[in-house]
Design a protein around this ligand. Sequence first.
Ligand code: FE2
Length: 234
Amino acid sequence: MNFLHAQLQPSPLQEGGHSAGSSDHAGVSTAMLEHMGFPYELPALPYALDALSPFISETTLRFHYGKHHKTYIDALNKAIDDTEFEAMPLRALIQATAGKPGQATLFNNAAQAWNHAFYWDSLAPGGAGEPPPMLKQMIDASFGSVEACKQALTEAASTHFGSGWAWLVLDGKKVSVVKTGDADNPLTRGMTPLLAIDVWEHAYYLDYQNRRKDHATGVIEHLINWNFAASNLA
Ligand SMILES: [Fe+2]
């Protein structure tokens, strides 16, 4: 088996104790996943399943992480086996298959595998609060205030039509909010993702049913991990 992650070093975020690991998959961190080649592994959730409650319940996380994310990883391993992409790290695989109709299955599962790992890190128990100074300065320059940025993120997460994602990104020198459909992500547009909010129904329906805006507000006001966003500026 080709466990490339064994050669990888944890990011400063993991060294800081962010990746506590609460599952049976504690061997691989979310940050390690994007550098990993086949076979990809479900990374450890960086907090306990009930740590985001009441804004995201344990039941939702159990299904979202243990079933949906795992299924994307399993489907990716099945689709990539014995192909020319087998040795490719996940981030490079996403960029190599984006926009190629013949590689849609590979792209969709690779992107969803990466998007979810990034999403788990975008949330933190007791998150929200104020962004670190450098990020706050950039947000103020781009949006006018952190509050305006949060409103733009809430609006994007609430109004995106169908399944997809709302993102805080670095686009050139500007911090922006973008929406992507289905599995797509800002890596395919040359942008640097800073934060992700999953707006697929499986992310909130058990807790909020059709009240997606309530879910988005709960996440953005209480769980957003600004430290993770700031770490992605480098
Ligand atoms: Fe999801």
